[in-house]
Design a protein around this ligand. Structure first.
Ligand code: TPP
Ligand code: SF4
Length: 306
């Protein structure tokens, strides 16, 4: 069932004055390694928050565990540094309880696609009005460089030797193939799917603005290299293999979006897919609440707990 009208997200904006990117900086300086891609992501997020003029007192940034998941501490807004892989249940819960708040989830590819990967299809079908920013460095950075679901390293069966200096935890070879997270998200009918690159912070800021303004669940996968533990998917690797999505791409065409996501010649950057009429759990929950009020059931329930 699809609703007929296309609504932009209702954002809680700052009403006193326009806020600059620096207004969203917390007192805590980021403690990432020099050259970490997450710096570029953070600066793009500051810019996007400023463009949307989000009210920091009505904005929550939710993360899991990992280097990337430290991000909420660096933003002057409400932060929830939670449990590994549980960004989406927490973010969905906050948005369900307080639809008036802006909710942004952040974390790594390990957090979001490995231990937390099972939450993705359900977030896609529930379609809560939240943005989920995944800093994809193709490794588990915080735990010192294990193979993650997006590590593009050869499998042991093809005889490729892992460089033990690079991939210390798999010195005899990698036994697990990698996934394509944006193709997966489009297959799940996630209502907004985009990909950015931390070395293109202006483009990334634009993508984040569009994701925040999207009414529904917006996934933004960002290549954010880890120079300390991943010497394979580096900034140079992506600089040579990424390209901007051509202007003629229609993001509402799901088949075209899927084909783009599966491109084997390079990695497209930009908005791949946008489903603007998908129902959202937040509106469905509001409809249920209204019905319960109409029946007097809500008041009865509240009385029982008074
Ligand atoms: C339940 C649980 N399992 C495992 C860990 C150990 N652990 C902490 S961070 C992490 C992976 C981090 O990788 P990723 O999410 O990609 O973030 P990055 O550090 O690369 O930014 C793991 C396995 C944990 N903290 N909790
Ligand atoms: S280990 Fe990698 S992901 Fe973690 S802060 Fe250092 S460069 Fe960034």
């Amino acid at each position: 069932m699809q609703s007929a009208t296309i609504q932009p997200a209702q954002l809680a904006t700052n009403t006193t004055r326009p806020l600059a990117p620096r207004d969203y900086k917390s007192d805590l300086p980021p403690i990432w390694c020099p050259g970490c891609g997450d710096f570029g992501v953070l600066s793009a997020l500051f810019k996007a928050l400023s463009v949307c003029n989000l009210d920091p007192t009505r904005t929550g940034i939710v993360s899991g565990i990992g280097c990337s998941s430290r991000l909420p501490g660096f933003v002057a807004a409400y932060g929830f540094h939670g449990v590994h892989g549980r960004v989406l249940p927490v973010a969905t819960g906050i948005k369900s309880a307080r639809p008036d708040l802006n909710v942004i989830g952040v974390g790594g590819d390990g957090d979001g696609y490995s231990i937390g990967g099972g939450h993705l299809p359900h977030a896609a079908r529930r379609n809560p009005d939240i943005t989920y920013l995944i800093m994809n460095n193709n490794t588990y950075g915080l735990t010192k460089g294990q193979v993650s679901p997006t590590s593009m390293v050869p499998l042991a069966s093809v005889g490729a030797k892992m460089d033990p200096k690079r991939w210390k935890t798999t010195p005899y070879g990698n036994t697990e193939d990698f996934i394509n997270p944006i193709a997966m998200a489009i297959a799940y009918d996630c209502s907004f799917v985009a990909r950015g690159f931390s070395y293109k912070p202006n483009q990334l800021a634009d993508l984040l603005v569009e994701a925040i303004q999207h009414r529904g669940f917006a996934l933004v996968d960002v290549f954010s290299p880890c120079p300390t533990f991943n010497q394979d998917q580096t900034d140079e690797f992506y600089k040579h293999r990424t390209y901007d999505i051509p202007a003629e791409h229609d993001p509402t065409d799901r088949a075209a979006a899927f084909a783009l996501a599966c491109d084997t010649k390079g990695y497209p950057l930009g908005v791949l897919y946008k489903h603007t009429t998908k129902p959202s759990i937040i509106e469905e929950q509001a409809a249920v609440r209204e019905r319960l009020h109409g029946l007097g059931a809500m008041e009865e329930l509240i009385k029982r707990f008074e």
